[in-house]
Write a protein that binds this ligand. Structure first.
Ligand code: 5GP
Length: 206
C-alpha cells in the first residue's frame, strides 16, 4: 500500500511556541517536511531569508497571488503571509507529510481545498503564560504584543474548526503527541479509499 502524504496544518496563538515545536518534530522524524511561507513582514534578528520565511516586498507577494503560486494566503497584523504551492505539491507527491504553520484564515482555506488535511491547534498551558512568553521573546514592541494578544482573543473563537488541540507545556511530550495524532490520522478510512477499494475489488474476484 502506498503511503500518501497529507497536509498537517498547525496553528496557535503568537508566542505559544509552535515554531520550536515544528522544528523539533521535523528534526526528530524525517517523514515530515516543513513548508516555508512567504511574508511581507520584516525579518526578526536571527531570521534568514529562505529558512524561516521568504521575505518579500508587497509587489512580489501580490505577483505570487496573481500567478496562483500560493495555496493559501492571509493578512495578519498588517502583513501578508502565504504558502508557496510548488513545495507542498512536490512533497505530497513523494508521500511525505507537509507541515504548514499558519494562522486560522489560511487553515480554513486549506481544509476547503484539501479535505484530508489534519488541523491542529497548539494551546498554551494558560493565558498568562502566553503573555509571559510573548514578552520574553524581547523582539516585539509593546504595541505589537498588544496587537498579537488581541488577535489571540479573536482566534480563540475559531478553535472549534480544528481537528485536534495539543497543549504545549513540555516540548518533548508535545512533539510525541503531535506525531501520534498524525500517525492515527493516516489510518482513517477516508484517507485510505484507494486501498479499501483495491481490497474490495480483490474480494469480488476471489
Ligand atoms: P510571525 O510573524 O509570528 O512569524 O507569524 C504570524 C502568524 O502568521 C502566525 O500565526 C503564523 O502561524 C502565521 N503564518 C505564518 N506563515 C503563514 C502562511 O503561510 N499563511 C498563513 N495564513 N499564516 C501564516
Amino acid at each position: 500500500m502506498d503511503r500518501k502524504g497529507i497536509i498537517i496544518v498547525v496553528s496557535g496563538f503568537s508566542g505559544v511556541g509552535k515554531g520550536t515545536l515544528m522544528k523539533e518534530l521535523v528534526a526528530r522524524y524525517d517523514r515530515y517536511a516543513l513548508s516555508i511561507s512567504a511574508t511581507t513582514r520584516d525579518p526578526r534578528p536571527g531570521e534568514v531569508n529562505g529558512r524561516e520565511y521568504f521575505f518579500l516586498t508587497n509587489d512580489e507577494f501580490e505577483n505570487l497571488i496573481r500567478e496562483n503560486g500560493l495555496i493559501e494566503h492571509a493578512g495578519y497584523v498588517n502583513h501578508y503571509y502565504g504558502t508557496p504551492r510548488k513545495f507542498v505539491e512536490e512533497q505530497l507527491d513523494k508521500g511525505r507529510d507537509v507541515i504548514l504553520e499558519i494562522e486560522i484564515q489560511g487553515a480554513l482555506q486549506i481544509k476547503e481545498q484539501y479535505p484530508d488535511a489534519v488541523l491542529l491547534f497548539v494551546m498554551p498551558p494558560s493565558a498568562s503564560e502566553l503573555k509571559t512568553r510573548l514578552e520574553g521573546r524581547g523582539t516585539e514592541t509593546e504595541q505589537v504584543i498588544a496587537q498579537r494578544l488581541n488577535r489571540a482573543r479573536e482566534e480563540s473563537v475559531g478553535i472549534e474548526n480544528y481537528d485536534y488541540i495539543v497543549i504545549n507545556d513540555d516540548l518533548d511530550e508535545c512533539v510525541t503527541r503531535v506525531d501520534e495524532i498524525i500517525r492515527s490520522a493516516h489510518n482513517t478510512p477516508s484517507r485510505n479509499l484507494d486501498y479499501i477499494n483495491e481490497i474490495r475489488n480483490e474480494l469480488n474476484e476471489l
